[in-house]
Design a protein around this ligand. Structure first.
Ligand code: GLN
Length: 205
């Protein structure tokens, strides 16, 4: 039986709005295709994972506080995660994790949470705490093999992300990387980083 290995980073800290659903649906869909899903969790104080040995690395969203709590631990693996990504391990990153893989996250108080610097974008929290990008969002996505699809999800972030050179999708409804942005998320051949929680996708007819 074929196997696919998934590393789920900080499931106990980064699971805002049910991001674990991504893991559940991946497992279900793999099994429907006769592929066994091996899912390993990693969190603070666990043994160092062999990042390169995975097919997918997944991490979900979390509030600024949670990002602060785990950032020191995550940074320890900066080089290993970067190498794994360069070797083709797929990164699926939601919201707070999306932000942490960039250069930094600047909080409302001006505090800097360092990122992994694997990507060149950076994020700054909106100065007004009560003004956040919240609500349902729909984006038009063109996947690497040119499959066109719409992705629907829910966004809730104060962070505004800058310097995106290749977005995940074009915003049809909602905010995206910043208030009223045209672009949402970040994408590379083996990377999907997005603000969308609880996503569903459907092909264009
Ligand atoms: N702390 C981040 C923000 O508010 C991320 C929130 C999230 O993961 N939904 O921008």
């Amino acid at each position: 039986m074929k196997e696919l290995k998934i590393l789920y980073l900080y499931p106990d800290i980064l699971d805002l709005y049910g991001d674990i659903g991504n893991i559940k649906i991946l497992k279900y869909r793999l099994e429907q295709r006769g592929i066994k899903a091996i899912i390993d969790n990693y969190s603070i104080n666990d043994e160092k994972p062999d990042f390169e040995s995975y097919d997918i690395i997944f991490a979900g969203g979390g509030a600024d506080n949670e990002q602060q709590i785990l950032s020191e631990d995550l940074i320890k693996y900066k080089e290993e995660i970067k190498l794994a990504k360069e070797k083709g391990v797929f990164l699926l990153l939601i919201c707070g994790a999306y932000q942490l893989f960039g250069k930094y996250y600047k909080g409302v108080e001006g505090n800097i949470i360092p990122g992994l610097e694997i990507f060149n974008y950076y994020t700054k929290a909106n100065q007004n705490r009560s003004q956040r990008c919240i609500g349902n969002i729909v984006i038009d996505v063109s996947l690497n093999n040119n499959i066109k699809t719409k992705v629907i999800g829910f966004e809730n972030h104060g962070g505004q992300t800058y310097e995106i050179n290749n977005s995940f999708g074009k915003v049809l409804y909602g905010n995206g990387n910043k208030f009223g942005d045209e672009c949402e998320g970040y994408m590379e051949k083996n990377v999907i980083a997005t603000y969308l929680h609880r996503t569903t996708s459907f092909k264009k007819s």
